[in-house]
Design a protein around this ligand. Structure first.
Ligand code: GCU
Length: 446
């Protein structure tokens, strides 16, 4: 499973007195958090027994809410897709309440000698300003040097840009330090101990060899992953006196997806990048995020969901492993307020996750599971991809055509692709091998 980022309030490193009080307070907060999590974990018993999956009726992706069968791309695009997109927006992820453009772009650093001269590296800060508030986040970009305009994989990282590579030139961001004081600072000194700790999840050299670049962002810079809406990007779009999003307004996942779209705004201006070939990728909560980014922003050419589970590719109505009620209790900030209406109430959902996946059609979509990742419901993820496929068919594209789950480590790769690999909740070299060869074929990458 992913590293759990323990959230402390930002502490000042100038004053050790303030720091130690803050640390004490943080410690108490941490204990309180652990106790709450323990209590809620005790109350929730996940079902891992296929025979106990409740009987459910899955809404047909090609039937409108008022019962009309969708038979053409035109009706899908003009009626059914918009109504589904609107439903997911209002009742699950929440809408972005206004427009917020990049106010300035700052190239913090660049080099054409990364990865032994094989890559260009850029570290690009996007700055935002509104309501007298500011936010910035940094995109770390590696581009294969032998490609004139490089296709890109874009994905958030959980733990800081400097953790995805051992490259010593990658800047350790202030936001990361604020979120991880115990890891990042010892005796008021920024340490190097976390550099490269997540290289196993990012096969950057394999991407570069394939002629594909990587762009990655530390997700905590766009919105820290905690149930607190006073920080991150949300306050920049608050109305007067607003302190948290309305029940139909963006949770953290929608905020993270928004950040990916702003990265895309930048890519469109970078002559070294082929913005028509950006593949949005994410693991776990960030896989839920890549799906929502792909659904809301059609500039993304392809979408990869790695072990995204509940609220991602997995069908909610199966209630296998993590459920809607459980995810909303444990992570109340991820989805919008309205999504809580479906806690322990999946039968009342007039939609399910296959329809989120269908919003990505006809663009290539890869859903991947891991055999031991029962919490994310591999079968539910597979069925999500399968039941989204009729929309691909409508466009003349091949999705997942058999409802029989493929064997472990036997990928099925069409415009919609799926694999279940051996192992646990993670991103592995096996996953990257599949994603890279599939993306090359789907997007005609030489
Ligand atoms: C938790 C959560 C999952 C999520 C995962 C992750 O396990 O319940 O929904 O996908 O964290 O992001 O690693």
């Amino acid at each position: 499973s992913s590293i759990k980022i323990i959230e402390y309030p930002a502490s000042s490193i100038e004053s050790s007195i303030t720091k130690s009080t803050t640390m004490k307070r943080s410690f108490i907060l941490l204990i309180a958090l652990l106790v709450t999590q323990l209590l809620s974990a005790q109350q929730f018993e996940p079902n891992y027994d296929e025979s106990k999956v409740p009987k459910y009726i899955l809404p047909d992706v090609l039937t409108t809410f008022n019962g009309k069968k969708v038979k053409s791309v035109k009706v899908w695009e003009n009626k059914r897709r918009p109504e589904l997109l609107n439903y997911f927006t209002e009742n699950m992820f929440g809408k972005v309440p206004g427009e917020l453009k990049i106010s300035s772009v700052e190239i913090l650093e660049q080099s054409d000698n990364a990865y032994d001269g094989k890559a260009i590296r850029k570290q690009v800060a996007l700055h935002f300003e509104k309501n007298g508030k500011k936010l910035s986040f940094t995109i770390l970009i590696y581009l294969p040097k032998n490609v004139e305009k490089a296709p890109l994989i874009l994905g958030y990282n959980f733990y800081g840009n400097h953790t995805v590579t051992t490259d010593v030139n990658v800047i350790i961001s202030d936001a990361w330090v604020d979120n991880n004081p115990s890891f990042g600072i010892i005796n008021n000194q920024l340490t190097e101990q976390s550099r490269g700790v997540r290289t196993n999840r990012w096969d950057i050299e394999k991407m570069l060899e394939a002629g594909i670049g990587l762009a990655t962002i530390y997700y905590g810079e766009v919105d820290p992953d905690k149930n607190d809406f006073s920080d991150g990007i949300h306050p920049l779009l608050y109305k007067k006196n607003q302190e948290k999003p309305e029940v139909n307004e963006w949770g953290s996942i929608a905020a993270w997806a928004w950040g990916l779209s702003r990265a895309m705004d930048y890519f469109e201006t970078d002559k070294d990048i082929d913005a028509s070939k950006v593949i949005v990728f994410g693991h776990s909560r960030l896989g839920k995020t890549s799906l929502w980014a792909g659904a809301t922003d059609r500039r993304f050419a392809a979408v990869i969901s790695n072990n995204s589970g509940c609220g991602g590719a997995a069908l909610s109505k199966r209630a296998f492993g993590e459920t809607v009620g459980r995810i909303n209790n444990a992570f109340p900030h991820w989805f919008c307020g309205n999504f809580k209406n479906y806690n322990n109430n999946e039968t009342m959902m007039p939609f399910d996750q296959h329809e989120l996946l269908a919003l990505i059609a006809p663009r290539p979509l890869y859903v991947a599971s891991a055999e031991e990742d029962k919490w994310a419901d591999p079968k539910g993820e597979f069925l999500g991809a399968y039941f989204a496929s009729p929309v691909y068919k409508l466009y003349g594209k091949k999705g997942i055509v058999s409802d029989e789950m493929p064997a472990v480590n036997k990928p099925v790769q069409n415009t919609v692709a799926y694999h279940i690999r051996t192992g646990v909740h993670d991103v592995t070299s096996y996953d990257w091998e599949q994603y890279i060869s599939w993306a090359k074929e789907q997007l005609n990458i030489e």
